[in-house]
Design a protein around this ligand. Structure first.
Ligand code: SF4
Length: 694
């Protein structure tokens, strides 16, 4: 006898929200998901979870899901439901027509960090092997692309250096531009446990996040810097370490390029980079910077964790380089308890970057100009691959406005809501002849689409996600795709409609192709993943069961590379008209733009975004707690309720961006990282005034 609500069987799979990658048992009754139970043998979570993975899965059966393909000739016409064959034929013919009329470079793809490694691999293969260009980019462009650049330049590969467990051996933890207790809660709990055991904490963040002071935890130093001055603070810490002789010369001589170190040491030793010199600029007391630098350099194992508060700046890549410099200076690389660790926002940011989604890199972070690497894929795919890097997302949109880029396939990403400068994104999309949106819901981007291909949820497919510690976790099909096809199958159907002859029958075959062509995945098979539970890349003959810690005997690039970190102020400045600086973040119960979590019961914990404002700034404007306020920038304006709090310093305001009505990207600027075009979401000059509501 089966009681109502009691499961009949369970399937172990991986959470599809953040980059922690928790394992869950999906408990099923027939084809119905009864509950998600944190899996005690999950290596990333060991039986723990947060409210997103545990409860926020109802979107999979939400009435808003689109289950049938739709097409329309132009975006001012209503959608027409059609068969898969008709939709794919329509899409393929439009894309081919564009290429015939405007050249093969006139179309491209955008992959998603929400999809599996196998799906992402196929989408970039679609661009390279079927479209015949490198016009493939990923939503990681707008979050961790500076990590790719910064860690690639300094260490030789774009990945966190440690496993999560490593934090249990850390003596000093530096958290920069991240809020792990909200953004990465299961890792945040692990970190808090270590802090309660006595590890010291340095927080570098404009906002007083929970870690700064919570029960039994108090940060040794909170460097509450002015938004946009990360580089100045990180370089000032290096100044103290070098000028006070706290650097680890033995490590540097043995592991790093000595000449580059000498050049860097000369650069940071300049008094212009001292804490005293940058105190006024950064708003951080010089003594606090000096004390923090000494603690990191002398406190034992030093581990750095960072997030989008580092990367989403005009100098995001420079700050990542600066963080890598700090770790190399102090020898905090290559053993448990130390390292440099980007906390990835989405479940598969790491994987989507690993799989060659960037327009200049084939899978495994190898440049498309490298003829030897191209030859591997040319032999496997039977095509010639262009040696020219393709277009990044913002360049695709620019080219669309110019009329030279006219067709786009977007899988699992709502670029109209998540990318900067909404007006420019909509202008670019509106100018195209064929926009194909492949998603769960009719998102904002779909307003500009000609083809809508229904997407599948993580519960409906097999594959793998790679979490922030490079751990390749299995995603297992819990139920049949409600839309008929898993996303990897849809990409294959589109490729074949365009003349390819792909015949994968299961994602394990795609992983076999990844392993055969990508050295860091060389030993990865679904069989190994079943045996091991999960593995961390590099997983090859040198590390047959994966590698929890990277750069143990040497850096991936050989010798670690110190690079100067000149501070260049963002062009976004506060002034008389816009005197406050807005920065943004996430809250525990919600996820990014809320497309999934707002369609679950988690919405009860967060029904609206609010604007945090310091009591001093609120009083100046006559704003009381709970008042509606107008938030205006040079780009646009929106309305929010005010929350008066000293979590933010005078001169700084803060909001989350989980509700579409907040329109955070209408407010933000179109400035971006100098190396990668990652948007500068974390610094916007704004004015706040009382209003009557939206
Ligand atoms: Fe999912 Fe991240 Fe929460 Fe784990 S911590 S349950 S991966 S959202």
């Amino acid at each position: 006898v089966i009681e109502i609500g009691q499961p009949e069987h369970s399937v172990v799979t991986t959470c599809a929200y953040c980059g922690v990658g928790c394992s869950f048992k999906a408990e099923m009754r027939g084809d119905e998901l009864v509950r998600m139970v944190p899996y005690k043998d999950g290596k990333a979570n060991a039986g723990h979870s947060c409210v997103k993975g545990r409860f926020a899965y109802g979107y999979a059966s939400h009435r808003d899901r689109i289950l049938n393909p739709m097409i329309r000739d132009s975006i001012d016409q209503p959608w027409r439901e059609v068969s898969w064959d008709e939709a794919l034929g329509f899409a393929a013919s439009r894309l081919r027509g564009i290429q015939e009329a405007h050249g093969k470079e006139a179309i491209g793809v955008i992959t998603s960090s929400r999809c599996t490694n196998e799906e992402t691999f196929l989408v970039q293969k679609l661009a390279r092997a079927v479209f015949g260009n490198n016009n493939t980019d990923t939503c990681a462009r707008v979050c961790h692309s500076p990590t790719g650049y910064g860690l690639g330049q300094t260490f030789g590969t774009s990945a966190g250096t440690q496993d999560f467990e490593s934090v249990e051996r850390a003596d000093v933890v530096v958290v920069i531009g991240a809020n792990p207790t909200d953004g990465h809660p299961v890792f945040g709990s692990r970190l808090k446990k270590r802090l309660r055991q006595g590890a010291r904490l340095i927080v570098i963040d404009p906002r007083r996040i929970d870690l700064v002071k919570s029960p039994h935890i108090a940060a040794a130093h909170h460097l509450a810097l002015r938004p946009g001055t990360n580089v100045a603070v990180v370089t000032a810490l290096a100044h103290v370490i070098v000028t006070e002789g706290l650097h680890d010369e033995t490590f540097i001589r043995e592991r790093c390029d000595w000449e580059e170190f000498q050049d860097y040491a000369e650069f940071v030793a300049d008094p212009a980079h001292s804490p005293e010199a940058v105190e006024a600029l950064t708003g951080v007391p010089a003594a606090e910077m000096r004390a923090a630098a000494r603690l990191y350099a002398q406190g034992g194992n030093g581990a750095i964790y960072y997030g989008l508060g580092v990367t989403e700046h005009s100098q995001g890549s420079t700050t990542v380089i600066g963080i890598a410099n700090l770790a190399m200076l102090t020898g905090n690389i290559g053993r448990p308890g130390v390292g440099v660790n980007p906390l990835r926002g989405q479940n598969n940011v790491q994987g989507s970057c690993d799989m060659g989604s960037f327009p200049h890199e084939l899978p495994g972070y190898r440049h498309v100009k490298n003829a030897d690497v191209r030859a591997i894929y040319e032999a496997t795919w039977g095509v010639e691959i262009s040696p020219e890097p393709g277009l990044r997302i913002p360049n695709m949109l620019d080219a669309a406005v110019d009329g030279t880029f006219r067709g786009l396939y977007v899988q699992g990403e709502d670029i109209l809501q998540s990318d900067p400068d909404t007006k420019h994104v909509s202008a670019g999309l509106a100018a195209m002849d064929c926009v194909i949106v492949h998603d769960l819901f009719l998102n904002e981007t779909a307003n500009y689409a000609h083809v809508f291909l229904p997407g599948s949820t993580f519960l409906e497919k097999d594959g793998t996600f790679t979490n922030a510690e490079r751990r390749i976790n299995r995603v297992r099909k819990v139920m049949a795709p409600r839309n008929g096809y898993a996303d990897w199958e849809v990409t294959q159907l589109l490729a074949n409609a365009m003349g390819a002859n792909w015949n994968y029958t299961h994602p394990r075959e795609i992983m076999a192709e990844i392993a055969a062509t990508t050295p860091s995945f060389a030993n990865v098979t679904y069989k190994l993943l079943e045996e091991m539970g999960s593995v961390q890349w590099p997983c090859n003959d040198a590390n047959p069961e994966g590698a929890p810690v990277m750069h143990v005997d040497g850096f991936v690039r050989g010798r670690g590379r110190f690079i100067r970190t000149d501070y260049v102020a963002t062009d976004e400045r506060a002034g008389p008209r816009f005197p406050l600086l807005l920065t943004t973040g996430r809250i525990l119960s919600q996820y990014n733009v809320g497309a999934q979590t707002r369609r679950t019961d988690n919405v009860v914990w967060h029904s609206e975004d609010v604007l945090e404002i310091n009591p001093h700034d609120a009083e100046l404007r006559g704003v009381k707690d709970g008042d509606w306020v107008k938030l205006a920038s040079r780009s646009g304006e929106t309305s929010l309720r005010a929350r008066i709090t000293d979590r933010v310093s005078p001169g700084v305001v803060y909001t989350t961006f989980h509700h579409p009505g907040t329109q955070a990207n209408v407010i933000t600027t179109d400035y971006s990282d100098w190396a990668t075009n990652c948007p500068e979401y974390k610094v916007t000059a704004v004015q706040v005034s009382r209003s009557n509501g939206p």
